[in-house]
Design a protein around this ligand. Sequence first.
Ligand code: HAM
Length: 439
Amino acid sequence: MSKKTLSTRPYKGTRDFYPEDYRVHQYMFDVIRTVLYRFGYEEYMAPLLEETDLYRAKSGEEIVNEQTYSFEDRGGRDLTIRPEMTPSLARMVARRSGDYTYPLRWFSIPNLYRYERPQRGRLREHYQVNVDIFGTESKYADIEALDVARSLLTEFGATSEDFEIHINDRRLIHAVYSEVLGLSEEQSYALSKLVDRKDKISTEEFQSQVREIVAQDTAKHLETLLEKDSFEAFVAYLREISSDNQIVEDAIQSFETFLNGVRQVGMSNVIFDFELMRGFDYYTGFVFEVFDTHPDNNRAMFGGGRYDNLLEIFDQPPMGAIGFGMGDVPLWVFLETHGLLPQVEDRIDAYVCVLDTQYLAAAYEYTQMLRSHDFSVVMDYSGRKLSAQLKTADRKNARFALCLGEQEVRNETVTVRTLATGEQETVSFEKAVALLKQV
Ligand code: HAM
């Protein structure tokens, strides 16, 4: 029987992070953490595995039926690798809801698994920055969520021309569907799922599927509403086709107040988008997504919204919550596209070169002493020629090469070579430490 050769590729849609890539990844998350700490968010984490029921309760059919990695454990329990973090977060808050003072501002950067067709900006494993506020219904929490989202991008050097924030509101959608278009709950649900998929199918297909759910007149109204590219134009048309209706007027008023608040805090790139649905069933109010304005990166980079009822799945009273997720894959594409990814280099302080293997023990002690001063230091054990060791020091991007040979060991000195300039001097150990401390 022939032996099967194992592939060295990672599983489809997942990535290996070699150090040169992982450095960039960590740099991205360092910038993100800086912003989130500035806004007063605390970091949490949850397990990779959850009981499948957690997602069945409210995530939505597409994700549960088509995109999860689910299996039975050895004890017969139905488990799923987390496809999103929000249900785990809700579970954690529900479990200890009495222990905290609200609002909570929490964030997490978990890896998530979704069985998707891998493509530019979408993979099967991705890391997602989750930012959530629990325990407030204030409009200012919604505004803060948008402000955090904006700040995450501007901290990398992006400007408001580089991205757009699309917003909508489930209450407004619900008011229009039921009060203006007169749809039943089933029709509304089916239509919202269809609108959510609108970009994935052709216009003809979309129009014909709309007409399978609602009558021709209603379909026309819906299509016109979806085409309106400003909130003002949308409201004008809505008032044209609906008689005075308090529920609709309340939804309009509430959205208008929110929109004004957003503009007041200086967000000019926020766009009303009645097509924006968000796939998850748990959203109850304001929803949003952030898009790159560059045409090469047309998938959403962030998505989120208000979900005030998620704790109900744990038999707890509703609690106001708002949050969003931002994927590392589209963020990376965004930063690359706009030239905002810096060269992130690995750098060590010193590379200890040893001129003869008989001095290795002395050099090792010396290296330990340097590390006790908090310097990052690598020692060469190879016994190779000095020129070869210096070449490695250069490749390791060391600031200094510290060379120890017979003279140095005898005199308790060290030869310090500044790699950028090639200058060198032989100094005492104490002086070497002082030189390394200079930036
Ligand atoms: P989501 O829209 O499914 O929302 O994901 C949020 C973001 O994660 C997307 O905009 C995208 O950047 C990224 N993302 C999602 N799937 C993939 C994938 N397969 N590959 C790469 N990136 C991906 C949620 O997951 C909600 N739980 C977010 C939330 C938090 N809502 C409230 N709090």
